[in-house]
Design a protein around this ligand. Structure first.
Ligand code: HEC
Ligand SMILES: [Cu+2]
Length: 473
């Protein structure tokens, strides 16, 4: 077998006789040495006829010859029953050979035909040729991958540090910023994956001076296509879960929430502290306590938005369309609520101050507001008793709850746990509220009534409470 060499046949297709001559000048000697036969065809018909009768192993087509229509030739080649090898070639004046399209041959095989001595077993070639090439690709991928990681880190750092988001002043904002940051990360990663590969290719794979060959023709890559479908799909699904969970978190209800009715109108806001009968043009909020805003509009659609709190909610006209929004401020400070729904002429000026204050400051502000609205201290005391939770332990009708009833308490003689008696005057009531464990009422447990009312309530509020208790007969 080893000595046996079937003669190889090369068909040169060109209407221009110079093309064949040029090729022969370049390769003729080598072909002769390797017993390669060549033949010229100068038209399309001649070429096709030679393909059938002579059955060449390789066809070299003149790339610059319009008479030998490349596409037509290729279609014949592709549909032909016999596998053939085709190279589209252009001869330069300088004597160089430019190979334009060898999609039907691996580059290695084309080199075998054009440049290298004839190898009886070309199948032994590919592995040894492949390895260094694979190594080159892996190296490029590694470098580009590293650049992607570096670029992602730098971009993410920039996006999160140049202050794209305003101050984070509520629990809900922290939740939403987690999502924002996850998006900033994805943005950095995707941007890097596209731009790094693009710039890397432009720089590293640019054509060198004098290089005229076209790049390899690559058609489809199933593995890549499956990957770039599954990875984004998984990412989007993961983000929707993440988003739904965070949305639920921003709406989590706390039982001790402060109820505020927010009324939007053209063009302003009013805030009603429904439990106290107080209405304000400024939104006062105690820090670290959830506020439950019930939003409504007197005219058109408005939208309640304090950027530092992040969450936003439309205010719609109509009593049955009241929308709720929960905000737990975490930072004392002054903010502004603005309307985020184009609502007419002065929409841009539809702002109102938002003041997040300490609990003590809030109580004091509320106390002043309530005193201005309700002049009767007994009425005010009733509000305080309802809103601080006294009446969940003290009844007004003589019933025994966790604590003694307030009915007829004032002026009564109270028996204490140690057996002594005391008349329930104002001093007694004040001590009972501020320091409940000083005098325990007989038949009731100690350490049950909260002992921190002195810090939770203002002096005025305690006076109001005493007036209220005095009034219950
Ligand atoms: C968790 C339940 C609870 C709450 C809330 C509570 N108390 Fe009490 N209170 C008690 C108990 C129990 C006693 C009896 C034991 C004692 O004297 O400490 C008591 C006693 C009193 C007394 C003395 C009553 C008597 O008959 O001698 C007064 C006055 C009083 N509370 C006022 C208040 C006021 C005002 C508030 C709200 C600002 C309030 N309490 C909230 C449980 C409560
Ligand atoms: Cu508006």
């Amino acid at each position: 077998m080893t000595g046996e060499r079937k003669p190889r046949r090369v068909l040169i297709a060109s209407a221009n006789p110079l093309f064949g001559k040029g090729l022969m000048k370049l390769y003729g000697e080598r072909w002769q040495q390797q017993a390669i036969q060549s033949r010229l065809a100068s038209s399309m018909e001649e070429t096709l006829a030679a393909l059938d009768s002579w059955q060449p192993d390789l066809v070299i087509v003149d790339y610059d010859d319009r008479a030998i229509h490349r596409e037509e030739f290729l279609s014949h080649f592709i549909t032909g029953s016999r596998p053939m090898q085709v190279i589209l070639v252009s001869l330069q004046e300088s004597g160089a050979v430019v190979v334009y399209d060898r999609r039907t041959l691996t580059p290695a095989q084309a080199n075998d035909w054009l440049n290298l001595p004839w190898q009886p077993e070309p199948s032994s070639n590919p592995p040894s040729r492949r390895t260094p090439k694979m190594k080159g690709n892996t190296r490029h991928l590694l470098i580009a991958g590293l650049l992607v990681i570096v670029s992602t880190a730098v971009l993410y750092f920039l996006l999160t540090s140049i202050g794209l988001l305003p101050e984070e002043a509520s629990q809900q904002a922290a939740t939403i910023d987690r999502l924002f940051n996850a998006h900033f990360f994805m943005i950095s990663l995707l941007f890097s994956m596209i731009v790094v590969f693009l710039v890397y290719s432009i720089v590293v794979f640019r054509s060198k001076p004098g290089e005229k060959t076209e790049g390899a023709y690559i058609k489809g890559n199933n593995r890549l296509e499956i990957l770039w479908t599954i990875i984004p799909l998984g990412t989007v699904i993961a983000f929707s879960f993440f988003g739904a969970r965070n949305l639920a978190e921003t709406r989590k209800a706390e039982p001790q929430a402060l109820n505020i009715r927010v009324v939007a109108f053209q063009w302003g806001w009013s805030f009603e502290y429904s439990d106290f009968g107080v209405t304000s043009r400024e939104l006062y909020l105690p820090v670290d306590r959830q506020a439950l805003l019930s939003l409504t509009s007197r005219d058109v659609i408005h939208s309640f938005w304090v950027p530092e709190f992040r969450v936003k909610q439309d205010a719609l006209p109509g009593e049955n369309l009241v929308k709720q929004l929960r905000i737990t401020p975490t930072r004392i400070g002054n903010y502004t609520v603005m309307c985020a729904e184009l609502c007419g002429g002065a929409h841009a000026y539809m702002n109102a101050p938002v003041k997040v204050v300490s609990k003590a400051d809030f109580d004091q502000w509320l106390g002043t507001q309530v005193s201005a609205v309700i002049t009767d201290p007994v009425e005010r005391g009733k509000k305080w008793a309802e809103n601080t939770g006294c009446i969940s332990c003290h009844s007004l009708d003589g019933k025994k709850l966790v604590g003694p009833t307030w009915k007829g308490l004032y002026g009564e003689t109270v028996t204490l746990a140690d057996g002594t008696t005391v008349v329930a005057d104002e001093t007694y009531l004040r001590t009972a509220i501020l320091d409940p464990n000083a005098q325990i009422t007989q038949g009731y447990p100690a350490n049950v009534m909260p002992s921190n009312y002195s810090s939770l309530l203002t002096d005025d509020q305690i006076n109001d409470l005493i007036e209220y208790i005095k009034s219950i007969h």
